[in-house]
Design a protein around this ligand. Structure first.
Ligand code: GLP
Length: 277
């Protein structure tokens, strides 16, 4: 598996200047209005390109946005008839129908309510007999059907994206991840009936090739991570910092998560919008 190689020049520039000026900040008073805006944004992205490939994170950050998207789809069902969906990551070793699996999460919240047929959804097998072969299968699918149009991301407690965990050398493509204690203590696993052995995830390059990236961050507990993302070093030890090498990132956050972002960063961003509900 290739390690991730990024543009050092762009990285140095971004490191001195903070986040790229064309990042779009969407500041909301709370997680509910943030989620509403994300659902509306996904619908807006589908209007000009109905067969967009949307790659989905799981976890608490996007959960409400997915519920609201389903509610929206009831009002405008045609809009969702061609959308293609991809699962970003999975807990390796859990059964597909384990209540904690990413598969179960997406089926329950989005795929079943939207009645997405198998040909418009692609995702990791959670218990592959050969995990490396499963990575090859996902990489081959992405080479054929990618790149991702819209990447929905949450921000891990330790700065991970998907299961791209902090490390000295990030992986570019789909890979098996050794999970950090931070990931293994994720609240999703509280409801698990099985034992997680490893993570399965798209790589950093897969994520950074996405046309648009939507990063969702809410709650006071994520404020230090969001601050580090925008003001810290770009480093594989904080994988989300690599987003600073991407020009089309939209940050959707609530006031609690944005509490530690310096005002100058928000002001220097060319498109910072504040919403009051
Ligand atoms: C998990 C998932 C990620 C998710 C992240 C944040 O471990 N693998 O896809 O985005 O951690 O989760 P949450 O939004 O619940 O904080």
């Amino acid at each position: 598996m290739a390690s991730f190689d990024f543009d050092l020049h762009a990285t140095e520039a971004a490191a001195t200047e903070g986040p790229p000026r064309d990042w779009k900040w969407h500041l909301h008073p709370d997680a509910e209005t943030m989620s509403r805006a994300v659902a509306a944004r996904l619908a807006d992205e589908l209007r000009p390109k109905r067969n967009s490939l949307i790659c989905l994170a799981t976890g608490s950050s996007p959960q409400r946005a997915y519920e609201l998207l389903v509610a929206h789809a009831r009002a405008e069902p045609d809009l969702y008839e061609e959308a293609r969906w991809l699962k970003l990551d999975e807990w390796g070793g859990l059964a597909m129908d384990d209540p904690a699996s990413c598969e179960h999460f997406l089926r329950r919240l989005l795929l079943t309510p939207l009645a997405v047929p198998p040909e418009r959804y692609f995702g990791w097998e959670s218990q592959p007999t050969d995990p490396a072969a499963e990575c090859d299968r996902v990489a081959a699918w992405l080479a054929l059907h990618g790149p991702i149009d819209i990447q929905v991301l949450g921000l891990g407690k330790n700065g991970h994206l998907g299961f791209n965990e902090p490390t000295r050398q990030l992986q570019s493509g789909p890979h098996v991840a050794i999970l950090s204690p931070a990931s293994l203590s994720h609240s999703m696993l509280l409801q698990s009936k099985g034992r997680v052995a490893y993570g399965l995830t798209l790589g950093m390059d897969d994520i950074l090739r996405a046309r648009q990236i939507l990063l969702l961050v809410s709650g006071r507990q994520k404020a230090p991570q969001l601050r580090q993302l925008v003001t810290g070093e770009i480093s594989p030890l904080f994988p989300a910092s690599l987003l600073r090498c991407h020009r089309a990132v939209s940050i959707y956050c609530d006031a609690a998560a944005a509490a530690l972002i310096p005002e100058r960063v928000l002001q220097s961003s060319c498109s910072s919008s504040r919403h009051n509900g």
